[in-house]
Design a binder for this molecule. Structure first.
Ligand code: AOF
Ligand code: ZN
Length: 359
């Protein structure tokens, strides 16, 4: 598919615009309207459920007729349904748009199909410009949309021999400063950050996102799972958000509650028992494994039992990137099998999601 330089720049701009929208139930979407010669005519973005979609927001800045023969560049395939607002495909046609460039297909059964609708009316539809960037940006929304639960990233730091702590349980600073800074960037991108009470008691983590020593603009809500009480002096109590404490081990109900609170990007930070519980339940979408060139030996592993009794049951992942961070290496991987809710009307029981690109 051929794209012009103006379209590439417009898509990069549309992704920036998308990020201005709130991280809520609806996707964050951006749009740019280009004249036939590639001049930016208008910009728009989606401000959350019930408000205008990005394309309609962009078109609303133009006088009638000004978009005739123009190109719409959108980060998500224009929708084809009447939800809380009308179908964008029809709005683009009514405005006289003759070319639509978009990044990611709309995964919705009802909302999808906008590309076909537009093509059927002789609009030149060019999909998948900057798809990888846009898909990464929309990953959490696509997961919550498809699986009916928040997107879960499990993170751990490990020694080269797969240990998560030394024999006495100490585990801070397995990895170096570059890797730890990277963890804080991921924290800042999350809506909630979960630890077990064991970690909360033993490590006394602050669970804030800090960039260059300063609190990041966006702070994830700290969440503690387990039955032991937090000491009153725990650092967690100084977090800008009041910690949420769940005295249950039922991860389904925890995720359901986080979803109902509008927290769709969950970052699981430890320890091994909690990470293993998410893995065993099939409730992990992404793994960030920071591997340090140290050996610890002993029996404190990064992951414990995850219900794999035989090699055929091994949890398989796809590695998306391997990055050197100082002396350490980050494996960023996606789980091949993921589970939705067993009890959800939004998705079938123990549903196994096909991999991205296999749908
Ligand atoms: C677009 N452009 O900017 C967005 C889209 O209930 P509604 O009407 O807000 O529709 C929400 C659905 O529409 C959402 O699940 C997704 O499929 C699509 N979002 N589509 O063309 C946009 N935000
Ligand atoms: Zn729409």
């Amino acid at each position: 598919m051929a794209f012009t330089e103006a379209e590439r720049l417009a898509m990069a701009r549309a992704l920036e615009l998308a990020a201005r929208g709130p991280r809520g139930r609806n996707p964050q979407v951006g749009a740019v309207i280009l004249s036939p010669s590639g001049v930016v005519l208008a910009e728009g973005w989606h401000r959350g459920a019930g408000t205008a979609h990005a394309e309609v927001d962009a078109l609303s800045h133009l006088p009638d007729g000004a978009a005739h023969g123009a190109t719409a560049v959108v980060t998500l395939e224009p929708c084809n349904h009447t939800g809380l607002t009308g179908p964008c495909a029809e709005a683009l046609l009514a405005a006289g748009i003759t070319r639509v460039v978009y990044a990611v297909d709309d995964p919705g059964v009802a909302s999808g199909g906008g590309a076909e609708r537009l093509a059927a009316s002789d609009v030149d539809v060019a999909p998948h410009l900057l798809r990888d960037e846009a898909a990464a940006f929309l990953e959490a929304w696509v997961t919550s949309f498809r699986l009916g639960r928040p997107h879960v990233t499990v993170k751990w730091a490990q020694s080269l021999d797969g240990r998560g702590a030394a024999a006495d349980g100490t585990s801070q600073w397995i990895t170096g400063p570059e890797a730890r800074a990277d963890v804080h960037r991921h924290r800042a991108a999350a809506d909630a950050i979960i630890v077990g009470t064991g970690t909360a008691l033993f490590d006394d983590p602050a669970l804030t996102a800090r960039i260059d020593g300063e609190l990041a603009e966006h702070q994830p809500v700290p969440v503690v799972i387990g039955t032991r009480a937090l000491p009153r002096r725990a650092k967690l109590h100084d977090h800008p958000h009041e910690p949420i404490v769940y005295g249950t081990r039922d991860l389904q109900s925890v995720l359901a509650d986080l979803r109902d609170r509008g927290l769709h990007r969950v970052f699981v930070e430890g320890g091994p028992a909690l990470a293993s519980a998410f893995l065993e339940a099939g409730l992990a979408d992404r793994l960030l494994a920071y591997v340090a060139p140290v050996l610890l030996g002993g029996d404190r592993l990064s992951v414990t039992d995850i219900g794999v009794g035989t090699i055929g049951d091994a949890r398989r992942l796809r590695i998306d990137s391997v990055t050197t961070l100082g002396d350490d290496i980050l494996f960023d991987a996606r789980f091949r099998e993921r589970r939705a809710w067993p009890d959800s009307s939004a998705a079938p029981a123990a549903h196994t999601a096909p991999e991205e690109g296999e749908r």
